[in-house]
Every structure is written in structure tokens, then in C-alpha cells.
Design a protein around this ligand. Sequence first.
Ligand code: HEM
Length: 452
Amino acid sequence: MQTSNQIPGPPGHFLFGNLAEFKRNPLACMIAWQRTYGDLMRFKLGAKEFYLISHPDLAELALIQQQEDFVKIYDANKPNGLALILGQGLVTSSGDLWRKQRRLIQPVFHRSNVYTMLPAMAAACHKLMAKWDVLPPDATVNIADEMLRLTVEVITQTMLGTSVLEQIEQIAPALEMSLRFAAKTAMNPLRPPLFIPTPDNRRFMRARRLLDELIYGIIAQRRANSAGNNDLLQMLLDTEDPDTGEKMGDRQIRDEVLTIFSAGHETTATALTWTLAKNPETLSRLKDELDKTLGGKTPDVNDLDRLTYTKAVLEESLRIRPPVGITLRKVAKDTPLQGRSLKAGDIAVFCIYNMHRHADFWEQSERFDPSRFLTADKRNKAYMPFGIGHRHCAGTHFALVEGQLLLAMLLQKYDFQLSGDDLPEMEMVVTVKPVGGLPMRICRLGSNSAGN
Ligand code: HEM
């Protein structure tokens, strides 16, 4: 059996390993390393060993068949990465707490329940379009920012029965800052601990306080007036532990609410942003389908089923620009993986981005081609935008329904054109997004494609 030392990888600095190169551009490093060293390679950040896994068979072995040996990286007693913001919510918790909370929260995301949220999603989109309608013709907007505001409105209205758009100018930078900080700490063991008041640490603490105030404020407001609500927040407030009869504590409710808020808007905003930046032929075929199927109206549940090309564009967009580019696990004990031996305590990085472009699984993998998802059997084991195994995305249906609905509404009413010649570079800050946003010209289409 090959030991971890024999797994190929780049040479590195004796103290810092590959940190300098990795810090400059993690995604570019992972793409280049897979090309040079293959589907299972190792690298070092400081003293910490990482394995980069870019083959779906290895991902399936680790995340499904050997899931007990590959555990979430977060430790409740020593929070790092996303757990610094999200505490013990669904994304960052493990063991019995995670199992209990997942069982509790999952029904909110069942297909039939998500369908009841369609009117609230559509209302959020109408609100955005009303704002755009008073812009000068051919105005240029930062679509990444606009999609973020749209998906923030969707997630808060559907899950928390409220809007935070009035505070968005404070919330968006606080979230962005915290996510950047979390991404850096997760992959950089040499960062100073939070109790050392470096400027970065202080900025992070300030941002986290702002998010705390927001979420605790929403919880308090609901406690004061809970009549007629049956959303996620109400369910978290009402649930009693079947064994103890106790209600969930405010801290746990805060963690779950902030988790669903964060996991549920950045990801879909990024997916919509990249999709709207697609080539004119794709967008024109999309519009044809929308015109024929909807004739200007807002789609309902049955329409969504018939919008097969719209769905295929979204799916292909999630392949070529997966919003979640990697997922991380800690190796729980010395573990064999397909003839290689991985060491306890090391970190496995499952690179969704590389798998989605793996030449063994995708023909012309760099080409954007929605027809990959129009065939009767479109399954491909190298496709995993929502992760795989027991920790796969809880919001998969929500995201697909939301994505399809919002795309259908926006593209019926506006034309979107890149304001520069090329797409901006990508960067990975938890999600894989355009560096500096995505400026686009939006032009309102004729009045018979009203998207009412
Ligand atoms: C295009 C949109 C989305 C993408 C690409 C995406 C992707 C993912 C991925 C890859 C994971 C697994 C991470 C891992 O294995 O460590 C995940 C987990 C999760 N996602 Fe999503 N997601 C999206 C939208 C959403 C939405 C809309 C929600 C909620 C409203 C959501 C809630 C969650 C939660 C709660 C988890 C943690 C599940 C668990 O560990 O039990 N996601 N997501």
C-alpha cells in the first residue's frame, strides 16, 4: 500500500510547505496540481497535510462508503473556519446534535413544502424588477450584488418571514468579511488565534457582532409576535425535545438561522450570476422556451417542470462554475483509500470544481453545453454541485426551484449583456465567485414579455 508520504505532491518550504503559493490563489493551485500530480495528491500548509481528491470514485468511497472515517473538520471546543461564524448549526455540527437537527429541519426543504414558497420567491423578484424599472435605459449594474440582494430577500422572506434589505448595506460587507476570514482560517493553520487583537481578528469580531445582533433581533421580534407563522424560524422556536420536553436554546436557534441564511443565499446568488453571464445563443434559446411556455407570466409549479432547457442551463452552469468548489473532511483515523494510506488528522479536500471538468467524465469539459442535461439519463457520477453522502446539501430542491423561477422571471423581462469583453476572473471565498463582481448592462424588453 502506498503511504501518505508516497502520494505525489509539490515540493514545499520546510516550514510553510506550499502556503505561499496556495494563499495567492487556492483555486488556481488546485486546478494546476491536479493536472500535474493526478486525482489524489498531497500538499502542505504550514505543518498541516492536505490531500486533494479530484476523482468521483475516491469521493464516493470517502463521503458515502467510508463516511465514518472522513468527518467534518469542525471541533465544537476549538471552532475554526465556518464554525467561527456558524457555531453549531447544520453545516458545522457533527454527531448526535447534527443528526437531531437535520431530522428536524429536513421537512422544511421537502419538495412539496418548497413549492408553497414559490409566491414569496416571485414577490422578491418583482421587488427587484420594480427597482430596475426606474433605472435609465441600458443601465449598468453589478449583477453579483443584485443577485445577492435578491437571494437574501428570498431566504429571509421564506425562512424567517421578514426582510433585511433595509440593513443590507451593513449586512453584506459583514458577511463577506466573515466568510473571507473563515475561508482563510480553515486552510491556514498559521493564523493568529482570535483572542490576539490583530486588525483582521478585530474586524472579524465586529462583523460577527453585527450578524449576531441581526439574528437575535429577528428571533426576539418573532417571540414577541408569532401569530400566523409556520416557517423555519417558528418551527425552531416551537420544537420541544421529545426526551426532555425542553425547547431549543437561543444560541442553537441563532446558529441554525445564521446557517440557513448564509448557506441559502450566497450559493444561489453565485449560481444566478454566472448563469446570466452566459453566451447570447444560450440566452436566446432560453428566451424562446420561456416565451413559448409562459407567454409572459410568472411560472407556477407545473410550468417549472416544462422548462426543461431553463433547468438544463442552470444545471450546466452549476457544473462549469460550481458555487461550492470544494468540501473538506478530516481523516478520523489512519485510513486506506484505494490502496493509499491516509493519516489520521490530515485534511481531505474534495474538489468539486476539478471533478466537474474531469476529462474522463466530460467530453469537451471546458465547453458550456446545456445539452448534457437534456438527455433521458443525464446522471454522471462526476457531477456533485450539492455534495454527496449524508452531509449533502439540505437545500438542493429549494436552490433548483428558486434558480429556475428567478431565471425565468428575469430573462422574460430583461436582456443582460456583459459590460466588458470577458468574464472576470474567479476567486474562491467559500463560494467561487467573480473577482470584483460582474458589471452587466440590463435592458428592459418589449411590453409583451412582461413577466407579470
Ligand atoms: C446553488 C445553490 C447551492 C449549492 C451549490 C449548495 C452546495 C452545497 C454543498 C456542496 C454542500 C455540502 C458541503 C459538504 O459536503 O461539506 C451543502 C450543504 C448544505 N447546504 Fe447547500 N447549496 C446550495 C444552496 C443551498 C440552499 C438554498 C440552502 C438552504 C436554504 C442550503 C443549505 C445547506 C445546508 C444546511 C447544508 C449542510 C447540510 C448538512 O451538513 O447536513 N444550500 N450545500
